[in-house]
Each structure stands twice: as structure tokens, then as C-alpha cells.
Write a protein of this length. Structure first.
Length: 116
């Protein structure tokens, strides 16, 4: 778990890529910290998400399956290879990848590899 002074999205994505499970700002409210600890204890990754005004608000954790897909995406696997490894359909992998991109604030697989 990492608490930092106003961490940027890129910094948090990098910390998650290095193995942290939680990355939040030091100004995060106590109830949100407790919730993040609970989610992390269940194997979820917690990142701050941005409000439309650019400020921090509730964390958007990756599900355990999204974390599995993220690891394989970072390893350079194709959607078909990920589907075979996780015993799911290619469309399921695409859905998980879209959710990961949205939660991590990236638009492409290339951008995901560059930021983590």
C-alpha cells in the first residue's frame, strides 16, 4: 500500500506495475483507506480515479480476473493467447481489457506497457 502526496495517475499505475496493490493520496479519508485495505486484502488493486473536475474521488479497483488479464497484457500476450491461458473467450478478454484501460486511464495496449 502506497500513500503519497497527490500521486498522479501515471505514478500510481507505475507503482501498481511494480507490485503495489493500493496507491492513494495522503489526503484520502479514513473510511476510504479502510475500504482500500479491505479490497487489497481480497486481492484487488486500488487506484485513485479522477472526477470530471480533475480531483480525486473513490478508488476504482481491478477485479482479480482483470488483474490476471493485466499481467498477461503486460507480458505482451495477444487476446487469443490470454483467452487460452485463462480458459475464457476472446470477447471476454476484450471486455476485461477495456475495463482495465478505463480504470488505469490508458487508451491502448501500447500505452499500458509504456506506463507500467
Amino acid at each position: 500500500m502506497v500513500l503519497a502526496d497527490n500521486p498522479s495517475s501515471a505514478e500510481c499505475r507505475q507503482l501498481i506495475g511494480f507490485g503495489a496493490t493500493v496507491c492513494l493520496g495522503k489526503t484520502t479519508e479514513a473510511r476510504d483507506l479502510l475500504h482500500a485495505i479491505y479490497l487489497a486484502s481480497r486481492g484487488l488493486q486500488v487506484l485513485p480515479s479522477r472526477s470530471p473536475q480533475g480531483g480525486e474521488h473513490a478508488a476504482a479497483p481491478l477485479t482479480p480476473r482483470e488483474a490476471d488479464v493485466l499481467e498477461l497484457l503486460q507480458g505482451g500476450k495477444s487476446n487469443a493467447e490470454i483467452a487460452a491461458a485463462l480458459h475464457v473467450g476472446v470477447e471476454t478478454v476484450r471486455t476485461h481489457a477495456r475495463n482495465i484501460y478505463r480504470k488505469l486511464g490508458v487508451r491502448t495496449r501500447r500505452e499500458l506497457r509504456l506506463t507500467t
